[in-house]
Design a protein. Structure first.
Length: 294
């Protein structure tokens, strides 16, 4: 495979150009150079986050110039987003649906951050979340270290960025590939079952939340042999659920939960009442059934 020279800017580095590099490494043999020298930039096969040109036909992906593209939701494409728009489906094995989900869950937050577009407001806690962008920014050398470690730290940060991209793609593939078996399970158990039983630990949140209205509990196995009863959340990011487990089960384990639930192989119930487990499918189904009747 022919090696392509990719130019990104030198100096303080950001998640934008780091993800630009690791994304294109998945489909091209990339050698990158960190520079602001116009002559080097002009000679590069690919340019990202520098150069003041957005032209996918010549593989120029910058977002600092006038006329930069903007998504329908108002989030401005930065270089990572521009590259993902062009190559995301190819990077995701040909699936545009997976690429779109990666865009939503990883690319857009990084684009927004890099372009100074706030995605949240602080609560009364007054604490900022540690975002992917901030985590990767921390690889920039401090004044105590000096600029001599800048390139070394940039390369270290690419390892982290690549792992984050890898796991984001994997998780979004799991969601997309779970959709049909979860839909089949819903259809087999009624159009909107109160209790949905899955034979594998599918990524079911999106399908169940968006395509059912009454399903209260999902029963599914884990790799360690435990069968779980998970309350269907109203919002996946919060503990609020459609129907919590019985409050008298909260925080109980082993014999204490067995006594409270009357399920002989019950193992645990989270104190937030959103998940419980048993050693068998039948035990987990009993937990869900008793919860419905409580």
């Amino acid at each position: 495979m022919t090696t392509k020279l990719m130019a990104v800017h030198s100096g303080s580095s950001h998640a934008d150009e780091k993800f630009a590099v690791v994304s294109l490494r998945r489909i091209f043999n990339i050698k990158y150079v960190r520079t602001r020298d116009p002559r080097v930039i002009a000679q590069a096969d690919i340019v990202a986050d520098v150069g003041d040109v957005y032209d996918p036909t010549t593989m120029r992906f910058d977002h600092h110039q006038a006329g930069r593209p903007v998504r329908d939701n108002g989030i401005i494409y930065c270089s990572f987003g521009q590259i993902w728009l062009e190559y995301g489906a190819q990077i995701c094995g040909g699936s545009q649906e997976v690429a779109d989900r990666v865009d939503q869950h990883l690319v857009m937050p990084i684009d927004a951050d890099d372009n100074g577009q706030a995605l949240y407001k602080k609560t009364d806690f007054g604490i900022n979340p540690l975002t992917v962008s901030e985590a990767l920014f921390r690889f920039n050398p401090t004044w105590l270290e000096g600029p001599e470690v800048e390139d070394q730290n940039f390369e270290r940060s690419l390892v982290v960025a690549d792992e984050i991209l890898e796991r984001t793609i994997a998780r979004q593939k799991a969601v997309v590939f779970s959709r049909e078996p979860v839909r089949e399970a819903i259809a087999q158990q009624g159009s909107d079952p109160l209790i949905l039983v899955l034979t594998k630990p599918y990524a079911w949140f999106d399908t169940v939340i968006n395509e059912t209205s009454n399903t209260a509990y999902v029963v599914f196995p884990s790799d360690d042999g435990v069968w779980h009863v998970r309350c269907v959340p109203i919002d996946p990011a919060l503990f609020e659920v459609r129907r919590p487990l019985p409050k008298e089960w909260g925080g109980l384990n082993g014999d204490a939960l067995i006594a409270a639930s009357k399920v002989p192989d019950a193992i645990y119930c989270h104190h937030k009442l959103f998940i419980a487990g048993a050693r068998s499918l039948e035990g987990a189904k009993l937990l869900a059934q008793y919860a419905i009747l409580s």
